[in-house]
Write a protein that binds this ligand. Structure first.
Ligand SMILES: [Zn+2]
Length: 113
């Protein structure tokens, strides 16, 4: 039986960062599209509205980039363990994490540390 309710922390961070980049770029596009008048004339030539959307989009993309960097650095230093259910080598973040491939919950014990 696959246990998929648990997602490994590194994977979760990457998924989150990925969504953040997508949404951030989408927000920036929407801001520009409104400004140019593609999406109706309510916010056409409205600099403040575009600026706010561009800033939010930019910040979201930057946060996602930092998250990607952190997840990259963390996965370089985190210990590797072999998953007992799918036998693949996965990485542990913290004392408790889940397998990156099958979602099997894992815990670091004294002997594996
Ligand atoms: Zn596994």
């Amino acid at each position: 039986m696959k246990n998929v309710d648990r997602i490994s922390k590194i994977k979760r961070m990457r998924t989150w960062a990925n969504w953040n980049i997508g949404l951030g770029i989408l927000l920036m596009y929407i801001g520009y599209a409104f400004f140019a008048g593609y999406l109706g004339s309510w916010f056409e030539k409205n600099y403040l509205f575009m600026l706010i959307l561009l800033l939010i989009g930019f910040i979201m993309t930057m946060v996602a980039t930092v998250l990607f960097m952190i997840s990259g650095m963390v996965s370089m230093t985190s210990p590797q363990v072999q998953c007992p259910s799918c036998n693949k080598v996965t990485k542990m973040l913290g004392k408790e994490d889940a397998c990156m491939y099958c979602g099997q919950p894992l815990a670091l014990t004294e002997e594996t540390q």
